[in-house]
Design a protein around this ligand. Structure first.
Ligand SMILES: CC(C)(COP(=O)(O)OP(=O)(O)OC[C@H]1O[C@@H](n2cnc3c(N)ncnc32)[C@H](O)[C@@H]1OP(=O)(O)O)[C@@H](O)C(=O)NCCC(=O)NCCS
Length: 69
């Protein structure tokens, strides 16, 4: 089972206080408890370091085809 992480956001005034890390670590633990085999997400280049600190690593490239106008 694969889970896709979406819409991660910490209020601008509260960023840099460790809340994002706590949020993702809780998410990681919940996914593990649920038997999720892999978590995947898309992020900007600027957020790669953050997700690496949350335990994630770069895995390939993403491709997409937008179908809606
Ligand atoms: C990305 C985001 C969720 C991080 O949350 P946060 O609460 O500010 O992050 P934390 O304070 O928990 O940071 C945890 C660690 O990651 C580092 N980090 C966080 N954002 C970083 C960034 N953009 N670049 C490099 N390091 C970063 C912190 O310095 C900290 O490192 P440390 O433990 O060595 O001090 C938050 O900045 C955010 O909501 N940004 C706007 C929305 C967004 O871009 N969401 C991601 C969509 S994929």
């Amino acid at each position: 089972m694969v889970a896709h992480v979406e819409e991660v956001c910490v209020s601008a005034s509260q960023q840099g206080k460790g809340l994002g890390l706590i949020l993702i670590q809780a998410l990681n633990a919940t996914a593990k408890d649920l038997g999720v085999g892999k978590l995947i997400l898309n992020c900007s280049k600027e957020n790669i370091k953050f997700y690496e600190k949350c335990g994630y690593s770069i895995a390939g490239q993403q491709m997409e085809l937008k179908c809606s106008s």
